[in-house]
Design a protein. Structure first.
Length: 255
């Protein structure tokens, strides 16, 4: 097995386990990129993934709160990481970021940072305040952290500005889907990702409903989300409408 390159995955219990494959440690193995799932492989929520290159460079993707069950905590390894990347603004992905040391760079989409601050302002009792400025990435533009390459891709999810990540190091690639759907208004993003990402060595798919639903799922285009004008404007002195300009225009036309 000398001069053979392996992916390595480990958790607190054992080395060398990745999905259904087992690699047993040997001093003769030349280890490549290490993929470490700190949380999220045995529950929904609390996502926290680390990718480490053979040189020792490290990035984390997300550090979220639990949705239920065992309380999520920050892994100690995050204290020595080189950067943290946030996929989107849902608490089960960002809820623990307030505990990350301020000297560690943190990346997210520009809109995501604004959504975070609004959520924290209204739900500050549920998660720690994130008192820092983020570095912003853009879809399709590579970010280099030492010898690790991270390319974010805009995806479709229930919160705007959600991203998947393609990570490269040691000649290997990992694609992290993040939370996504195929029935939303930005479903074309999935097609763009499939065209851009070719045969990663490892796919990490965030799949809450992997088996689907027998009755089928309606898309956003199938559902009229616009409220009836008579309900909006009756007895209303001041009204703020948040939404796509097309939806707002359509609603105003019905007045």
């Amino acid at each position: 097995m000398h001069n053979t390159t392996y992916f390595a995955f480990y958790n607190d219990e054992n080395w060398g386990q990745f999905l259904h494959f087992k690699i047993f440690y040997s001093p003769h193995i030349i280890w490549a990129m290490k993929l470490i799932i700190h949380r999220g492989d045995k529950e929904i929520g609390g996502s926290c993934i680390e990718i480490r290159s053979n040189s020792g460079a490290s990035i984390f993707i997300d550090a979220g709160l639990e949705l239920y069950g065992e309380k999520a905590t920050l892994p100690k390894e995050i204290e020595n990481t080189d950067a943290v990347f946030l996929s989107h603004a849902h608490p089960d992905h960002f809820g623990l970021l307030g505990g990350v040391l301020p000297n560690i760079p943190m990346y997210c989409g520009e809109i995501t940072e604004s959504i975070l601050q609004i959520m924290i302002a209204f739900n500050g009792d549920k998660f720690d305040k994130i008192d820092r400025k983020f570095l912003h990435f853009k879809s399709g533009e590579e970010v280099k952290i030492k010898d690790i390459s991270i390319t974010p891709f805009l995806t479709d999810h229930s919160v705007p500005d959600s991203y998947a990540f393609l990570v490269k190091a040691d000649g290997k690639t990992v694609f992290y889907s993040g939370d996504f759907r195929t029935g939303g208004r930005k479903h074309h993003c999935i097609t763009r990702i499939l065209n851009a990402v070719k045969k990663p060595n490892i796919l990490i798919a965030d799949c809450t409903c992997i088996e689907g639903r027998k009755e089928g799922i309606k898309t956003e285009e199938d559902t009229d989300f616009l409220p009836k004008p008579e309900y909006c404007f009756t007895g209303t002195e001041h009204l703020m409408i948040l939404g796509r300009k097309e939806d707002v225009a359509s609603l105003l036309e019905k007045m």
